[in-house]
Ligand binder design. Structure first.
Ligand SMILES: Cc1cc2nc3c(=O)[nH]c(=O)nc-3n(C[C@H](O)[C@H](O)[C@H](O)COP(=O)(O)O)c2cc1C
Ligand SMILES: [Mn+2]
Length: 448
């Protein structure tokens, strides 16, 4: 049995590893909470549990998964096993379906219709470019009206009133397909939003697959996720959720929502999106609210790093079975790092070409040696500064297909891709080994 089965057991694991920061200093929901969390993510610090957010009755948790350490803790594996675990759980053959149960702790406090008040929810206005208070860390649960299978996704939701939200959904998402497949595509569509979750469910919700993403969460935990039907909507909601919002998407009742810090690292534009009408808001005793800092490390980790590193590694290992890969969160999914024991001087560029074709988003590829810490941006920069002859070691493919929201791409995602061989070319000149000082555990030296 995994020691992690809900948000609280994950917080215990984080705390036991020194990766949880209980923050008692009062913070504002407007910008300040996100500023603190974003700073912590940038320095690979502990995940904050804000216990004194102004105007909030509930503690607020964020940065569940922002780096290789928290990814490994959430998946219950070693850091160097993260990609292999993701590869295994992404295979639908390994999926474990959810298990229905009658009751859930979030049914302890049920508020339906006029009693449901979204103004009570402690929704942060995260970034300075955001157009209001958004739900960003809620997992949307829906159901295919044809097959009856469940589905998880993330859809940002702008609070527009006590029972009204915007509902952002791209054209090609499953929720959009489900709604459009009905005889009356514009009819109200039932969904639930689960907040405060086992990180296995958070990881699964970022995955693109043709099966119920809850089966991916089941595969992570080695057991079916317990689910309970909603009070006003018939979808299977994780029983361990802290807070559940239920209601109906109105596909044709549109309103402008946004901007919000987007995955590509800029503030987006307003979208003319469907709206969501609340029918119930439920929570367990003393619930913990959870959010995701938009356009920042957790957003990228769930959407672009964990779900994509397995295929990237498969493409690259087709050429070099020993290669390591990483999609660093600060590159917003557009950058890939490849690490090899360099042998054939021509191979780094081939590896970069393989990486570019693994995922459409990957635009810049840097190939480094084994003495570079691929999780440390400063080390990547060291390799770029010390091991690249820019007249020989880079190549550019112009007008390749990239992501349509890539800030460097032109129309419809067409733009450049760049490969950089940042490996040590000993055949050109021999410098010996690089200066190195092993990292020490600073708490041993700084305390007392
Ligand atoms: C934190 C986060 C926020 C996201 N926000 C949105 C969003 O507002 N609209 C959208 O269409 N996709 C958004 N996505 C992407 C989808 O939720 C995600 O790709 C998911 O896998 C889609 O599920 P589906 O394949 O079942 O449609 C977001 C992803 C993450 C990780
Ligand atoms: Mn899906």
């Amino acid at each position: 049995m995994s020691p992690i089965h809900d948000l609280r057991s994950y917080l215990q694991v984080l705390e036991s590893r020194g990766r949880l920061a209980r923050i008692n200093t009062e913070v504002s929901l407007t910008h300040e909470l996100a500023d603190v969390a974003a700073t912590l993510a940038r320095v690979r610090g502990p995940a904050p549990l804000f216990q004194n957010a102004r105007g909030s009755d509930w503690p607020i948790f964020t940065n569940a998964i922002t780096d290789p350490t928290t990814a490994a803790l959430a998946l219950g594996c070693a850091e160097d096993e993260v990609i292999s675990v993701m590869e295994r759980v992404l295979d639908p053959a390994n999926g474990i379906p959810p298990v229905r149960q009658q009751t859930a702790a979030w049914q302890d406090h049920i508020h339906t219709n006029e009693d449901a008040d979204a103004m009570h929810l402690p929704l942060p206005t995260h970034s300075r470019g955001d157009g209001g208070a958004f739900i960003t860390g809620g997992v949307i649960i829906s159901k295919d009206p044809v097959s009856g299978r469940g589905n998880l996704s993330y859809n940002r939701m702008l609070r527009m009133g006590p029972r009204l939200f915007g509902f952002n959904v791209n054209e090609w998402r499953h929720v959009r397909r489900f709604m459009a497949s009905r005889p009356q595509p514009d009819a109200p569509f039932p969904i639930a939003i689960a907040i405060g979750l086992d990180p296995a469910i958070m990881i699964a919700a970022g995955v693109k697959t043709e099966v119920d993403e809850l089966t991916v969460a089941g595969a992570i935990r080695g057991a079916g996720v317990p689910v309970t039907s909603g009070v006003t909507v018939d979808v299977d909601i994780p029983a361990s959720a802290e807070i559940v919002i239920e209601g109906f998407v109105h596909p044709a009742q549109r309103q402008y929502e946004g901007p919000l810090a987007e995955f590509h690292g800029y503030y987006g534009e307003l979208w003319n999106s469907p709206t969501f009408e609340v029918t119930a808001i439920n929570w367990c005793d003393n619930p913990i609210f959870q959010t995701i800092i938009p356009g920042w490390y957790e957003h990228i980790y769930l959407g672009n790093v964990l779900p994509r590193e397995p295929l990237l590694r498969r493409f690259v290992r087709h050429l070099n079975p020993q290669a390591h890969v990483h999609i660093p969160p600060y590159g917003n999914g557009f950058l890939a790092i490849i690490q090899i024991e360099r042998d054939n001087p021509g191979q780094p560029k081939n590896l970069a070409m393989a990486a570019m074709t693994a995922h459409i988003n990957i635009r810049n590829v840097i190939v480094v040696d084994m003495d570079i810490d691929i999780y440390d941006p400063a080390d990547i920069h060291w390799a770029l500064t010390h091991r690249v002859d820019w007249t020989r070691d880079v190549f550019i493919v112009s007008d390749a297909q990239g992501h349509e929201m890539d800030p460097v791409a032109h129309e419809r995602g067409v733009g450049p891709k760049l490969g950089v061989d940042a490996t040590y070319k000993r055949e050109r000149r021999e410098y010996g080994d690089r200066v190195a000082y092993p990292s020490v555990n600073l708490s041993k030296y700084l305390s007392g």
